[in-house]
Design a protein around this ligand. Structure first.
Ligand code: G6P
Length: 491
């Protein structure tokens, strides 16, 4: 936090993302607020609270309009009111084209390469351009100087940096891409690849989670645009605009907000097992995801099935609790994925459930962070088996939740987190036998080994927390700003 404040020196930042950090909805005539299942929000919200400023986002909650002032702003978090949330309204058609269509049927599968074919419709692209412009105009309005610091978040806004740059040439624009960046061949199938790349190159800094994604991006630009690339400094220069491309692995808040306030792990586990009607000593695994085909939920269930085949002594003594928050469910791909997840859980449960004990408990509903934390603290093992994931913050949240230094993380090698959490059991989720064996290893691991692994992972998440993520980007931005200022003086 100190690093963040040093870099900002009192300056307010503007964050732009599609998903808003607080969603207001109405239930029984009462306005309620909840926090969405989004890695982006998990990471950026504590940064915003530390910096203050304005967060511009789509107002998607059914009661969002009832809570804003005449400038479409509301102070959040609801209890402490530390920063402004500026909401942008979209019609159903706009949301369909820009969010469901181009962002989530086009760019999401394009960047993840999870073997779901991207769909590119010209009408969706047009909405994407229009809505990017709408957000750019809002950022310009919210900014109270000619050189604001703007943090653009994710694949919903590839065109925003250049649009903001046109209106505010001196702005410091830091764009962070929260999902993977594919190789040039894969990215090249997008009909608007040049436009997207040019849009992103309006940024001062362009951040990805891993050096590998940066390398893919540089190669993609090299393939499709006329630019000068300096590999040594990892910068791209196009028409007088310099963009630095750098990896900034995202993280979570540390210390966790609940630190020191929770009952001991044994008590949480005892209460959890009682609530689930399971006997003391029953082993629990936990999976926490949005219901999304990139998360490897089917592969995870298949690995549980295989583990129970290979180790029948655990049948009736182990349960995987899978939390799957509903996500993008207006899209057919997501509906059919959800149906397959339910069907597979049912099939495995028919085979391996024993009286009063299911092999898989599927909770396909939204859970607030406090509840998720109770599951993390009750489980012997957390399974993160994404087929491809920019970072995956569930892995880091699980580690943060385990102040008892126990519990094992099974982690997909295709997550950004696998580049940092080396003491997890790293698996290829497409390899069922290997994942099943890792799960078994986790369930039978001696306590001293769990402790050794968990201690190192906790030190990693503590030292490389989300304040450092944001602080490093702002430090790099400050250096660039200073260089630009001095260069002008000499000239
Ligand atoms: C990923 C994306 C985020 C997004 C989140 C939830 O983490 O990188 O931008 O907010 O998924 O998805 P949703 O579509 O519900 O915002």
């Amino acid at each position: 936090r100190k690093l963040l404040h040093q870099q900002l020196a009192g300056e307010r930042i503007i964050v732009v993302s599609n998903r808003e950090p607080y969603i207001h909805s109405k239930k029984d005539g009462e306005i309620q607020v909840h926090r969405p299942a989004s890695g982006l929000v998990t990471a950026v919200e504590p940064v915003m609270r530390a910096c203050s400023g304005t967060w511009v986002a789509h107002g998607g909650g059914s009661a969002d309009r009832e809570t804003v002032d005449s400038h479409d702003r509301v102070r959040v978090p609801p209890n402490s009111q530390e920063y402004n949330l500026r909401r942008i309204w979209l019609t159903k058609e706009e949301e369909e084209g820009y969010y469901y269509g181009f962002a989530n049927e086009g760019l999401w599968p394009l960047c993840h390469i999870a073997h779901v074919r991207p769909i590119f419709r010209t009408s969706d692209w047009r909405e994407y351009v229009r809505i990017n412009q709408r957000f750019a105009d809002a950022v310009v309005k919210e900014s109270d100087s000619e050189n604001p610091v703007v943090l653009v978040q994710d694949y919903h806004f590839a065109l925003l940096p250049e649009m903001i740059r046109r209106a505010l040439p001196k702005a410091t624009i830091i764009t962070f891409w929260h999902i993977p960046w594919p190789n040039p061949e894969s990215f090249g199938i997008c009909p608007w690849r040049e436009e997207l790349l040019k849009g992103m190159l309006g940024s001062t800094i362009l951040g990805f989670h891993t050096p590998y994604h940066c390398k893919n991006f540089l190669e993609t630009v090299d393939r499709y645009l006329e630019t000068r690339i300096e590999h040594e400094s990892s910068t791209i220069s196009r028409r007088g605009q310099l963009t630095m491309v750098e990896s900034y692995p995202i993280s979570i808040q540390w210390p966790p907000p609940w630190q020191g306030t929770l009952p001991p792990v044994e008590q949480t586990r005892y209460e959890m097992l009682a609530a689930l009607g399971l006997p003391a000593g029953h082993l629990l695994g936990i999976g926490v995801d949005r219901m999304d085909y990139t998360k490897g939920i089917l592969e995870r269930f298949t690995a549980v099935e295989r583990m129970l085949e290979l180790h029948p002594e655990l049948v009736g003594h182990f349960t995987l609790i899978q939390i799957a928050a509903p996500s993008r469910s207006a899209l057919e791909e997501y509906q059919s994925f959800e149906a397959r997840v339910h069907a597979l859980a049912e099939r495995i449960n028919r085979r391996f459930s024993r009286e009063g004990c299911q092999a898989i408990i599927l909770k396909a509903e939204h859970h607030e962070p406090e509840e998720v934390n109770r599951y993390y603290r009750s489980a012997q093992v957390c399974m993160v088996t994404s087929l491809h994931d920019g970072m995956n913050l569930v892995a880091k949240e699980f580690v943060a939740a385990r102040d008892d230094e126990q519990g094992v993380l099974v982690l997909s090698q295709f997550t950004g987190a696998a580049h940092e959490l080396h003491e997890s059991l790293i698996v290829n989720p497409y390899h069922v036998e290997q994942t099943a064996e890792a799960l078994h290893q986790a369930l039978t691991m001696p306590e001293y080994e769990q402790q050794e692994r968990m201690r190192s992972m906790r030190a990693m998440v503590r030292d490389f927390n989300v304040y450092r993520w944001a602080g490093r980007m702002l430090l790099d931005a400050a250096r660039i700003r200073q260089r630009e200022r001095l260069a002008v003086r000499i000239g």
